[in-house]
Design a binder for this molecule. Structure first.
Ligand code: NAD
Length: 464
């Protein structure tokens, strides 16, 4: 039993993002009594409130605007196009609300107790919740799922108006004339695309000599070419050292190069685990050298009965990975031996064309000395892509030279984010490129490009 000011649950989860809320649902399904603590007014975490979901809403809207302006004519559709940014932003808010309300509904439906307030870990599996209704919770198992926060850049202070993070860049109420994006990762390219489509002159400053670090290089280069064609300018090898704002105009300093002027600057140089102010150290939870919570393969931290998942721990900082961590942890607590296949977590950049990846890149295979065969096939040779009018891009399949097991699949092209699922399923079942090549895909579909790339591994693509 909990103390006078306390409530007891089997499991208390701190953070209601995709990691935490999905863990709560699975825990409830397994018969646990669950409480979840959230400091924001709505549930869903960064992803649902100010990340994945609102950015996808704006990407879709801005894509439609762009298509109406430049793509419809080829279909014989004549339009006069005018941007109503207020309506576009209202739609984004509505989409977010549908999703945050959806999470609240799921908590209710599953009987999960929701505590509003900021959680702090106390020793002995207790969580103090401060806020309008302070309470101390006790649990058999405490799950840390606080996610991540934006990484600051030395010399750059975010003021939320001229120099912003992705949160503010989602809510601009006018189209900035000149937008500088620092960082050519997922956030930089997705939000850079949104504002470039709506009329901003976008310049992306990237420290490395390539964009989309972690993605297959050949595919990333093709993405850079496509985005450059859309008017986005890239300065690679550009290390930003500071930003000066005077009268609403920013001067972005770049090491060894001329400063770049902008009306808005988006800082998108990564995210870091959200561990500060949580009382972790005092409660005996150790961090690793990169500031992530140290966990073993059962998600156990160094404090008895305390676990961590998602962006707080090792692995890619992606919503779907956090969800799978949460499910695996709850099943393990129930005695079901579940594990996450971290090497098969797909990544998708929702640019145009989309870029999607799973498994090893060609660079990784070369570095490891793994012998491989490679098959590629372009969307330009696919009937459905031609009918859609979106033929940029290709699929690349990498398979082991001797066993033919698929080691990596990389896609740039229309709906790449959906197509990659075929590869993830195949790889999860240990498929060979021959298995994929012998699978029947409906004609005409974009997925035939995946099949053709698998055939190309053995030099027998049919339509090239
Ligand atoms: P990221 O790690 O994807 O990219 C950050 C980029 O900034 C890197 O290319 C890095 O080299 C560059 N950089 C770092 N310091 C720099 C400097 N001083 N000057 C210039 N460039 C610099 O990070 P992100 O785009 O901020 O995204 C954060 C996290 O959110 C990522 O972990 C990502 O997984 C996740 N996310 C995923 C999606 C998606 O799945 N579609 C979308 C948005 C965000």
């Amino acid at each position: 039993m909990a103390g006078a000011n306390g409530k007891r649950h089997d499991i208390v989860i701190v953070g209601a993002g995709p990691g935490g809320y999905v863990a709560a649902i699975r825990a409830a399904q397994l018969g646990f009594d669950v409480g979840i603590v959230e400091k924001e007014a709505t549930l869903g975490g960064t992803c649902v409130r100010v990340g994945c979901i609102p950015s996808k809403a704006l990407l879709e809207s801005s894509f439609n605007y762009q298509e109406a302006k430049t793509g419809f004519a080829a279909h014989g559709v004549k339009t006069r196009v005018e941007l109503d940014l207020a309506a576009m932003q209202a739609r984004r808010e509505k989409v977010v609300k549908q999703n945050t309300d959806g999470v609240a509904y799921l908590m209710k439906k599953n009987g999960v107790a929701v505590y509003r307030g900021t959680g702090k870990l106390l020793p002995e599996r207790r969580v103090e919740v401060s806020g309008a209704a302070p309470v101390t919770l006790e649990a058999e198992h405490v799950v840390l799922a606080m996610g991540s926060v934006v990484t600051e850049l030395k010399g750059v202070s975010v003021d939320g108006t001229t120099v912003v993070t992705s949160t503010e860049a989602l809510t601009f109420d006018s189209v900035p004339e000149r937008l500088v994006v620092i960082g050519a990762g997922y956030i930089g390219l997705e939000l850079g695309s949104v504002w470039a489509r709506l009329g901003s002159k976008v310049t992306v400053l990237e420290y490395l000599d390539r964009i989309l670090p972690g993605m297959d290089l050949e595919i990333a280069k093709e993405a850079q070419k496509a985005l450059t064609k859309q008017g986005i300018e890239f300065l690679l090898g550009a290390r930003v050292t500071g930003v000066e704002v005077k009268k609403g105009v920013a001067r972005v300093q770049v090491d060894g190069a001329e400063p770049v002027e902008a009306d808005k600057v988006l800082v998108a140089v990564g995210r870091r685990p959200n561990t500060a102010g949580m009382g972790l150290e005092e409660a005996g939870v150790e961090l690793d050298e990169r500031g992530r919570v140290n966990v073993d393969e059962g998600f156990r931290t160094t404090a008895e009965g305390v676990y961590a998942i998602g962006d707080l721990i090792h692995g890619p900082m992606l919503a779907h990975k956090a969800e799978d961590d949460g499910v695996a942890l709850m099943e393990r607590l129930k005695g079901i031996p579940t594990k996450v296949h971290y090497h098969l977590v797909p990544g998708v950049a929702y640019t145009e064309p989309e870029v999607a990846t799973v498994g090893a890149t060609e660079e990784q295979l070369k570095e490891e000395g793994t012998p491989y065969r490679k098959g590629m096939f372009p969307f330009s040779a696919n009937g459905r892509a031609r009918a859609l009018g979106h033929t940029d891009g290709r699929v690349k399949v990498l398979a082991h030279q001797e066993t033919d097991r698929i080691l990596g699949v990389h896609v740039i092209g229309p709906r790449a984010g959906e197509l990659i699922a075929e590869a993830v399923i195949a790889m999860t079942f240990g498929a060979s490129s021959e298995d994929l090549a012998r699978t029947t895909f409906a004609h005409p579909t974009l997925s035939e490009v995946v099949k053709e790339a698998a055939l190309a591994v053995d030099g027998r693509a049919l339509h090239s």
